[in-house]
Design a protein around this ligand. Structure first.
Ligand SMILES: [Ca+2]
Ligand SMILES: [Ca+2]
Ligand SMILES: [Ca+2]
Ligand SMILES: [Ca+2]
Length: 379
């Protein structure tokens, strides 16, 4: 039997060294604001407690580059994670890559903060530094913003949108900011669960941080098409995972006064939803996280798994994303090698060999071992 027959349809992965894992090692806190994916990503039941929810989030994103999505809810909702080693700030290099689910016209920028374990107690109870992203100096960016979200009353009656059927409640979750601004998170028909975190006993949630400018406009003015802008750099869940701009540099750290601060290494990362905006049927802007990678540990870990990888085809090209250099080999269904190409870390574009259509087995090799195989239909 040909080799590829053993491999078809399965994904193999190699072991990861126990020390200096490139991936998140621990989730310390998960404190979302209300949102359309809250209680769903991860799935929460009324029996869950803060501890069991934290365990679910840990399972979703720790120990892997691009795990299951965790939603931070509306503006200010946050997560705090750490690594099993200090993440170095290498000069002139981005240091961390943050995985989300941003796509073209689906950017939900999250502000990134970092901290050193300055008191060496292993806990993220130290000074936080915001990473200055592309909108830091935008005059519409508000710092020291604070919002209170209110749980809907038990006898709350929805106010459906008069013309937009998919907006089931215009006044679902009321919020007000310390500067007097106020509004509502709307509810939509695609997400019918409670948007307020089920495990929180209090009726209000307070969140603080930097509020980035709104990034979405109602293009037609009637709620039919929301055009979402992508910020240039420096945020989570803003640029697609395959883009370099989904990475951040510890050198962008600023202190609470906005002054640049040099940190040689960091131990903890905090990400919170940076935009406070409700966009009709598409729901509120809410950052999602699927993992964070120490890019330097990834490079030095010669035995690491290329967890994050995709193969897709469009017209005459195959696009392959690999997290580290690898080799791509395409076999036909008789096991004959059709092509072999070296892959760079990041997205690679390969031309489909002329006149080759049909079903193929795509294999990715790294360190002379098969990392994964996938059946692909080229048409
Ligand atoms: Ca750096
Ligand atoms: Ca500490
Ligand atoms: Ca979202
Ligand atoms: Ca998202």
């Amino acid at each position: 039997m040909k080799k590829w027959l053993f491999l078809a349809g399965c994904t193999l992965s190699m072991g990861v060294c126990a020390q200096n894992s490139p991936y998140i090692n621990k989730v310390y806190e998960y404190a979302p604001a209300p949102g359309q994916f809250v209680n769903v990503m991860p799935e929460v039941t009324p029996e869950d407690t803060e501890t069991t929810v934290l365990q679910k989030v840990q399972t979703a994103i720790a120990g892997k580059a691009n795990g299951s999505l965790v939603s931070l809810g509306a503006w200010g909702g946050y997560i705090v994670v750490g690594f099993d080693h200090p993440v170095n700030n290498l000069p002139e290099e981005v240091d961390l890559k943050i995985y989300g689910n941003a796509m073209l016209n689906a950017s939900e920028p999250g502000v990134v903060m970092v901290a050193q374990d300055a008191n060496a107690n292993g806990l993220p109870d130290d000074a936080w530094y915001e990473l200055k992203g592309s909108e830091h100096d935008n005059e519409l960016t508000l710092t020291d913003y604070q919002v209170v979200y209110h749980r809907p009353a038990s006898d709350h009656l929805p106010t459906p949108h008069p013309t937009q059927n998919q907006v089931s409640d215009l006044c679902y979750i009321q919020w007000e900011a310390a500067n007097g601004e106020k509004g509502y998170l709307e509810k939509n028909t695609f997400h019918t669960q409670d948007y307020f975190p089920l495990w929180i006993k209090e009726d209000t949630i307070v969140r603080r941080g930097t509020r980035l400018p709104n990034n979405t406009i109602d293009k037609n003015g009637d709620g039919t098409y929301y055009a979402t802008g992508t910020y240039e750099w420096g945020y989570a869940d803003n640029q697609p995972n395959g883009k370099d701009a989904s990475c951040v540099d510890i050198d962008w750290a600023v202190d609470e006064n906005g002054d640049k601060t040099h940190l040689s290494a960091i131990d903890f990362v905090k990400v919170y939803t940076g935009v406070l905006q409700s966009n009709g049927w598409t729901g509120e802007c809410s950052t999602e996280i699927a993992g964070i990678v120490d890019l330097h540990a990834l490079k030095s870990d010669h035995n690491h798994t290329i967890y994050n990888m995709y193969i897709k085809q469009m017209n005459d090209n195959i696009y392959i994303y690999a997290e580290a250099p690898a080799t791509f080999v395409l076999y036909d269904m008789l096991g004959n090698k059709v092509c072999e190409e070296d892959l760079q870390a990041g997205e690679n574009t390969l031309k489909i060999p002329a006149h080759r259509k049909g079903i193929f087995i795509a294999c990715i090799y790294a360190n002379h071992q098969i990392h994964s195989t996938q059946k692909i239909h080229i048409f």
